[in-house]
Ligand binder design. Sequence first.
Ligand SMILES: Cc1cc2nc3c(=O)[nH]c(=O)nc-3n(C[C@H](O)[C@H](O)[C@H](O)COP(=O)(O)O)c2cc1C
Length: 392
Amino acid sequence: MNLVVGVGLRAGTSYRELRELVGAAVADAGGGRVRILITVDGRETEPGVQRLAAFLGAELQTVAPAELRRQSVPSPSEQVERLAGTPSVAEAAVLSAGAELVVTKRTSAQATAAVGRLASAPGYAPGERQVVHRVLAERRDVRRGFVDLPIPDDVLTRVLESAHRAPSVGLSQPWDFLLIREIATRRKIHDLAAAQRDAFAASLPEERRKQFDGLKIEAILDTPLNIAVTCDAGRGGRHVLGRHADPRTTWFSVAIAIQNLWLAARAEGLGVGWVSFFEPGEVAAVLDLPAHIELVGYLCIGYVDEFAPAPELVRSGWAARRPLSWAVHQESWGRRGLPGAEPTSITQDAERAAAKAGGAVVDTGGGVAPGPVGRQVVRVVIGGDPADYLGR
Ligand SMILES: Cc1cc2nc3c(=O)[nH]c(=O)nc-3n(C[C@H](O)[C@H](O)[C@H](O)COP(=O)(O)O)c2cc1C
């Protein structure tokens, strides 16, 4: 059984006292493996707590008093509230770790302990979880605001180590990271991107082109380092586990490595911009890549003066984020809704979005039937007279 032990203690509580208290509480729980020893923020530095965690082989976690106060516990105490700012430490800490409380508060002279049972292996402590979600939310594609600072080798190595830890089909690890600092090489690559930028601009309608003119799409010359992330589609030989049925998995693996790099860089305060305004073969020629090595991503990386709170394409009005509820489908594609919510049909969502934008939905199939539906084609008309489009 996976156990969580919550402890509350006065400063200086001895290891011996804690061990006896916790040992008895764990025995009351029927025994098991203590995975987490959890206490209130600040008490993790207590020598007795650290020794107890080492003795138990448990991860030492802490939780903020505000989080403890949110828990509803069986044995709240006014005295604990006066001392710790929360009516419970031991029981509330167990509950905040997501465990079911199986032994309520036990007390010794200086400490309290409670035991919880985890239905499965534990996740990270709430504060650590928050950091993971934070880096996911605050990763940005950065093309502006780079500062003239070199990237220390140890920082870059840490970032590359994270990239290299990515999952890959059959553990084929098909990626390589080509570090490019030479200005002459970067100028050639920059020229390729500029030509593609012009070609894209020329393909746009007037209004859209004006908008595009204000966008920066690369930072090849503004960053101290460019990284060409490549794919060796044959790595691992002919019998790569999982690749035989879907060879695309090789390129997916490289893309995941890039995402790892992007996230680790964000945590280090490094901005990364992915440039795809290239014909990959042209970049391969400039970089003199071996014939079997393909470019997957071209990244510009460096320290920045700030990370924008939202994607540049959103802030500039070029594109918008889709709501998550549109991206989650239940049982059949088109029945959209968040976990636990009643799914709606794509038609209903389109009607709502169209109404909000002052337009209308015009079906090209057999009627705009509300409710969960099967396969449909939906055309949304925004502006003009929807009647003009009916029957087409
Ligand atoms: C495969 C890929 C290629 C991209 N290519 C470019 C590019 O050529 N130029 C650019 O400015 N941004 C590029 N981006 C960045 C996207 O525009 C950006 O990820 C998106 O707008 C969301 O912003 P965020 O990354 O800041 O959240 C690319 C992103 C990906 C994943």
